[in-house]
Design a protein around this ligand. Sequence first.
Ligand code: NAD
Length: 438
Amino acid sequence: MNIAIVGTGYVGLVTGTCFAEMGVNVTCVDIDERKIQKLKEGIMPIYEPGLDDLVTRNVKAGRLHFTTDLTTCLDEVEIVFSAVGTPPDEDGSADLRYVLEVARTVGQNIKKHVVLVTKSTVPVGTAKKVRAAIQEELDKRGVNIEFDVASNPEFLKEGAAIKDFMTPDRVVVGVESERARKLMEKLYKPFTLNGYPILIMDVPSAEMTKYAANAMLATRISFMNDIANLCERVGANVDNVRKGMGADSRIGNRFLYAGCGYGGSCFPKDVKALVHTGLENGYHMQVIEAVEAVNEKQKHIVFDKLQTAFNGDLQGKTIALWGLAFKPETDDMREAPALVVIQELLKAGATVKVYDPVAMDECKRRIGDVVTYCKDMYETVIDADALALLTEWKLFRLPSWAIIHRAMKSHVIVDGRNIYDGEELKELGFSYSRIGQK
Ligand code: NAD
């Protein structure tokens, strides 16, 4: 089977590579010439565990190709996936500019039937717009070519993207025709053969499923952060509360961690877009609006705790930050809490020293040299007044506290991810605070 994937970012590159691994002949397309050139040279544009080897193997096997020009493969493919970005517009709605651009390119160039499958996260109703964009281009050409549109939202998590794609909890596919259904079932056959379920449904439901799933996950995080903030005020410990709640099988124990707020390329923008879809349809999504408001507040909590530790005066203080990426195992810093903490610390007159095992270049690209980039986690704490943990990378889990204590000027630790043992740190002479426990 021949397919094309347009947009070679986190989702497109992982999708294309994993289908190639299943024996499909895949052409990955991107308008970013540098990205495609790098991929041709075997250099990964993103950090994703396991991706490097998989790409190399499939390129070598001749099943995975990279190009900047979709038209070079359109005649051979049965399915075109659109995995381009859908960033938030100024009003919070999803910007569909790239998705519709792909649709128009398809309409301008197809000579035979294809299914254009939207893998990007797009609001309900997008498939209709995609269909109209293709049809408009076909009309301009004065040709009558049959085509299908479909929806196949992606649920992979950055940092575990390959595993999530290869062993999905479910594959959701929205189709409008029997022909598209058969093609999608054929493409996903290697997965269904292994017992992973494919849920075929109507297109609006498939589009909505993705937003509902992300909004639910974001809700769990904001809910726990709200509970955590109350725990601090009433003398409870949110970690005990989490265990007590999570043991209820109706609730479950996953995604119930309090922290310094969610970030990333998906939750923030998808929550905003869902609120916007509600407004466009005369419906006020009250729960989801609150989820976003709680998260915005939570991103400031590490800064607030640092300020409290220094009686409101951070002027001239040196603050070490561990972790920049919005979560471990990725270099993605989109909407990362670290960006908010850094900005506030600098505004308050502090000097900021940072370390992240993979997101240092990404941070430099985003904010430049306004902070000091350290060569390892221990260099950040030399002469620091405080250390704050923002991303729970494994290497930060069991540091040598004795070295850190000797290196620091004063001994304040703010644990934005609740991974350290407060009792131990207090015994070692640190002043320690975490989320959701006084
Ligand atoms: P990304 O920004 O990493 O990649 C998008 C790519 O599309 C970029 O490389 C860009 O150059 C390319 N592009 C834009 N317009 C193009 C065009 N006309 N032709 C060819 N290429 C074009 O984005 P991403 O994180 O992979 O996300 C893509 C979509 O998938 C978004 O809608 C996102 O919400 C959704 N999604 C993302 C994740 C995730 O974890 N990142 C998970 C599930 C769903």
